[in-house]
Write a protein that binds this ligand. Structure first.
Ligand code: GDP
Ligand code: IMO
Ligand code: MG
Length: 423
């Protein structure tokens, strides 16, 4: 019996999960998404071309890998079909390689409108959501009003949809100043529902458990990051799902003792898109350099990402809570030219020391920074760990010592090939 391995983000998302899943998926028979939805933007790059995955798992371009959209995911059929067409244009037979859980909840066009209405009503205090309808769709799921993938095959699906839509339209009257136009969203959505029916819907929990029993190797692909987790992230500036290892259990129907490796991904620095606390954020030229060199602009929304130093307090916490067994470091190459590199090693709040990310984190938290010597050597062409400069190895050693976790993979560029594996 095989266990399921997991790749998940340890910061505020955009750590590089897509690239890593694409890179390591030849070692897996199945890649499965377990939570989130089209708020995710997972970038892949190979053969000189780039792709951004929103709902489809990042194993889709590998010939022998099946891909599953699990029950914990929320699916917008219009976005999914758009994505499928782009992948098909690259010659991939998506229909034969993608299985969708019947239990996954649907994002309705009115969920997107409710998301936008709620955000605009919050003004400056808004979450800064991706406006994909994620929050309202998960609210309907937990409120037990949701429609699920399997429902699209029911003879009265259209009536069920109309009833949900009318309920949402009623809810939108709470926002009298908010104007919206449903038709341009609804038309493509209904057309996508028809197309969706040609895909294979499965009881994914049964499929996944049978597969593990038959020694099939499965990789669970997380979306967002641990600091955006609905329970343990920087609430309320979070997403609406459990982004941590526990989400694999509920989002795929896997028992906790069936989880194998937990591969935690982090950037060698830190970014965040949207509002909310970010203790090591930089507002100076260094922050601007990280953004420019790292192309830190959202893969889903194009928004500029906030940039700052690595936050060791937060990283230790997310490594602990996810039971991370190995770390994957991304994008150190972005800091190749830096003379010095800093890391937030603890916090100060109202003059007091703090070694924990508290439940009410806000601007009152200041980081205590430790300085490291920069390596000032280009890393992108390096393929063997021993060839890295000593100053970079010192940085890796420090992270391993602090987290108690080995750094097993180091990514040194956006391309599939720009990667260093350690034994
Ligand atoms: P995800 O949401 O976790 O999959 O990450 P995103 O795709 O949103 O953001 C990661 C960005 O960094 C993408 O633009 C990737 O192409 C890029 N990227 C990934 N790994 C590396 C790396 O090691 N170095 C550099 N310079 N860019 C990388
Ligand atoms: P990937 O999978 C980075 C952020 C949004 C916002 C908050 C809530 O590419 O790492 P939502 O639309 O989920 O209600 O937005 O979460 N957010 C992400 N930030 N990467 C993501 O996904 C994100 N998905 C959501 O910016 O702050
Ligand atoms: Mg992303």
């Amino acid at each position: 019996m095989k266990k399921i391995d997991v790749v998940l983000g340890l910061q505020w998302g955009d750590e590089g999960k897509g690239k890593i899943v694409d890179s390591i998926s030849p070692a897996y028979d199945v890649v499965a998404r377990f939570q989130g939805g089209p708020n995710a933007g997972h970038s892949l790059q190979f053969d000189g071309e780039g792709f951004v995955m929103h709902t489809v798992p990042s194993g889709i371009f590998r010939d022998k890998t099946l891909n599953i959209i699990g029950n914990g995911v929320v699916v917008d059929p219009a976005i999914l079909m758009d994505e499928v067409h782009k992948i098909e244009a690259k010659g991939v037979d998506v229909k034969s390689k993608l299985l969708i859980s019947k239990r996954a909840n649907l994002i309705l066009p009115t969920h997107r409108i409710l998301d936008a209405a709620s955000e605009s009503a919050m003004g400056k205090g808004k979450i800064g959501s991706t406006l994909k309808g994620i929050g309202p769709a998960y609210m309907d799921k937990t409120g037990r009003y949701g429609l699920r993938i399997g429902d699209v095959l029911l003879p009265d699906f259209r009536e069920r949809y109309e009833a949900k839509k009318q309920r949402h339209i009623q809810m939108l009257t709470q926002y009298p100043d908010f104007t919206y136009d449903l038709a341009p969203l609804e038309g493509p959505w209904l057309a996508a529902i028809e197309e969706l029916k040609k895909f294979t819907f499965i009881e994914s929990e049964r499929y996944v458990n049978d597969a593990m029993m038959n020694d099939v190797a499965i990789l669970a692909e997380g979306a967002q990051g641990s600091l955006l987790d609905i329970d343990f992230g920087t609430y309320p500036f979070v997403t609406s799902s459990n982004t941590m290892a526990s989400g694999v259990c509920t989002g795929l129907g896997v028992a906790p003792n069936r989880i194998g490796k937990v591969m935690g991904i982090f950037k060698a620095y830190c970014t965040r898109v949207g509002n909310g606390p970010f203790p090591t954020e930089l507002f100076d030229e260094t922050g601007e350099e990280l953004r420019k060199i790292g192309h830190e602009y959202g893969a889903t929304t194009g928004r500029s990402r906030r940039c700052g130093w690595l936050d060791m307090v937060a990283l230790k916490q997310t490594v602990m809570m996810n039971g991370v067994t190995e770390l994957i470091m991304m994008k150190p190459d972005v800091m190749d030219g830096f003379e010095t590199i800093k890391v937030g090693v603890s916090y100060k709040r109202y003059g007091q020391d703090l070694d924990y990310f508290p439940y009410d984190a806000d601007e009152s938290i200041e980081p205590v920074l430790r300085e490291f010597k920069g390596w000032q050597t280009p890393l992108s062409d390096i393929r063997r760990y021993e060839d890295f400069p000593q100053a970079f190895k010192d940085y890796v050693n420090y992270i391993e010592a602090e987290t108690g976790c080995p750094v097993k993979i180091i990514s040194v560029g956006p391309d599939r090939s720009e990667i260093v594996y350690r034994d």
